[in-house]
Structure formats: C-alpha cells, structure tokens
Design a protein around this ligand. Sequence first.
Ligand SMILES: [Zn+2]
Length: 449
Amino acid sequence: MSLKAFLSRRVVTPRGIKAAAVLVQDGRILDVVPPEQLPAQISVKDFGAAAILPGLVDSHVHINEPGRTEWEGFRTATRAAAAGGYTLLVDMPLNCLPPTTTVAALEAKRKAASGQCRVDWMAWGGVVSDNHGHIEALAAAGVPGFKCFLIHPGIDGFTMVTERELRAALPHVARTGLPLLVHAELPGPVDAATRRLAEADWSKYATYLQSRPDEAELSAIHLMISLCREYHFRLHIVHLATSQALGMLRAAKTEGLPVSVETCPHYLHLSSDKLPDGQTLFKCAPPIRSRENSEKLWQGLQEGVIDLVATDHSPCPPEMKRLGERNFRTAWGGISSLSLALPVMWSEAHGRGFTLSDIARWMAEGPARLAGCETRKGRVAKGFDADFVVFEPEAEFIATEDGLFYRHRVSPYLGERLRGVVKATYLRGNCVFDDGKFPGEPDGRELRG
Ligand SMILES: [Zn+2]
C-alpha cells in the first residue's frame, strides 16, 4: 500500500505536542517527522491547526451483543465510538447473553461482531461465582483480562463473587498474568443503607446517593488490595467514584502492588449538589458524589493515583430509565457517553490547565496498557497502528441527540455547551468518521490478548 502523510501543527505524541507529519503505510505509523522532512510526491492530508491525537481506547464499554442487541450492539456502539474519537473498545462480559464467562460465549460474541464494527474491539472475560474452571481457557482464547462484581450487578445472568469464591478464582487469574477488573462495592453497607431508606423519597437524588455510601467502595477496595498482596494478581479498580479511597490506593501503589485505577467522565464533570431530583438519567453505580469529591478525583488523576479514564458506556432501552416515574430505586443505572466523552473531559481538563497530552495519557495510552495492547494502540508513534482522532480543541458546540450515534440517543449531557469537536477519526490510516458521516465499510477487527 502506498505511503501517505497526515500533517498538523499540533500532533500529540508521547514526546509532546508539536508540528509534525505522520507517515502512514499499510495501516501503521512508519514515522513521525518534522513537516519540513515530508517526502516529496506523497499524498498529504493537512489538518492545519486541528490537533491529531492518538485514537482513544475505551476499556470499559457494555456493547450488550449478543443477546441484548436492543440495548446497544456492535454496529451502533462502534459507530458512536468512531464519532467520539475512539478506535478501540474493550467490551464488558455483561450485559450480553450469554455473558462472556466461557470460551463458547466468547466465540458467540465473535460471531455476532463479525462484519459490523467500525472500530477495533476486544472482549474482557467474566469471573463469576462458578466459572473458575474456565478462566485459563478464556485467557488462552484471547481475552486481555477479566471482570468481576463484588455486589449484585443490577441484572441477572452474571453472578457476583463472594470473598470465598474469589479465593477459588484468584490463583487461576494470577496464573494468566492478566488483570482482574473489579466493580468495587460490597453489598453490606449498601443493603444496610437501603433498608434504612425503605420509607424515603426515592425521587430524590440524595436518597439514591445515601443508599450507596462511600463505605461500600472503601471496604471493597480494602479487601481487593489485601487479596492482591496475597495472590499476586494484577488488580484494576473500575469506575472509582469515592475520592476517600485515594489514600489507600496511593499506599498500595507505593508498596509496589500491581494496582491500577480508572474513573469516568461523569464522576469528573458532574456532582451531586447540581443533580436534579427525579432525573434518573444520572443514575449509575457507584453514584456521582459531591463537588468536593470530584475535585479530589481530579487531584488523583493529576497525581497519577488514577491511571485512566474510561466511559462505562452502559446503555439500556429508554423505558428502563423509567424517566416518567422519577424513581431512582427502580431505574436502570448506567450512563451512555461514547460520542461525548472526549469533549466532556476536555471541557473540564482544559479549564484546569491540563493539556491534550494528559487527555491522550488518560484516554488512549492508559487504557491500551490495561488491555495489554500498549505496543500497538494508544500513541502516535513509530510502529503503532495509524489510529487517530482529528480534534478542534478551541471549537465549542451544544450537545444534541444528532451527535450521539449509539442505539438509544439518551444522555445526561444534552443541551450542555461543550468544548472540543471531533472532526474525523482514522482507523489504520482509513477515515472511519468524517464530520458526521461514516465513510467506507465496517473494517474494525478483534484484537486478541
Ligand atoms: Zn460497567
């Protein structure tokens, strides 16, 4: 395939942001050179002042196919991802049916994804109460790691694990060398709080927030750190919502334990003090906490205690959000944000003095490392896949349904003025999103761990 070049005055590379030409051949980055070293007579696409960032990697997405394609699906999720600047999604082992807890289920997922994907994808395997005999087979079949829940996941078909069940699974996980991603809330504090709130007004956000106290996260993270020390597996805490755990996580990292941490755009951009009552669009677990808490999460990112930002894109049919009922108890918890995560993050990060290099580290490099593809994805650098997003960091827009592109165009961000526009997304050197359009046929592939 012929050599081509992508030119910008702001290419976000691991060595800083600079004017450069990205040379691409056969879907890979051949080199990143100063513009004056651009070879003569090759096809050049000049993006001018628009920045070129590495294609984003989302290590926490619920695609829900096969089995709940009416919730989302590979076709719609990868389309929304391309529109949001993502070039690789790592799918969670629930809420699809069957859940990805056996090799047979993984094969069913591969079949379902075939020919539908606009960006690349991978699949996490699940660790549930009774599948520890499948863990090593799933690793051999190509999952990059595993996910488990310490609390009921809000849906049947994917069981939570108790400490005893975890102890049976962890030697297998450790042998694979792959990370275990943990939904870290313990049921005890949530059940106790919920009992106390039996007669409370569940249309109030404050009631929901009280039902999932910080203590649920803190006790779960404490347990997981001690198991990490005992079983020597790679521990990853998904969607950290409480800043009170940062001290414990910092200490675990300082101790040298293999612990990594993610948070989500909604915990960084929203806070409970501003959430309207009755608006179940804002329900997710763990819950969005106070303004002060989210400020501390930003400090955790700055300090590097939090390694990465993933969306936890978790859609459902709109009726399951029970918007008319205004009931936080019965509504589905989950926030969809694939197409808007980058502008939501940049709107906040820019105002706090962070740069596009920080965004690339949190939303591309960090998630790629978690998924074990850090030598191929997540950087604009020689030898990497030619995946990138063309981003106008100074442009602003109002979020509308037209810009969402996932199956159910529901979002808590509609109507917000956001900073930064995704103009185009490239996968292995080919344009997969261009100003609202999706050129070409779906060419996304599965990457195997
Ligand atoms: Zn999730």
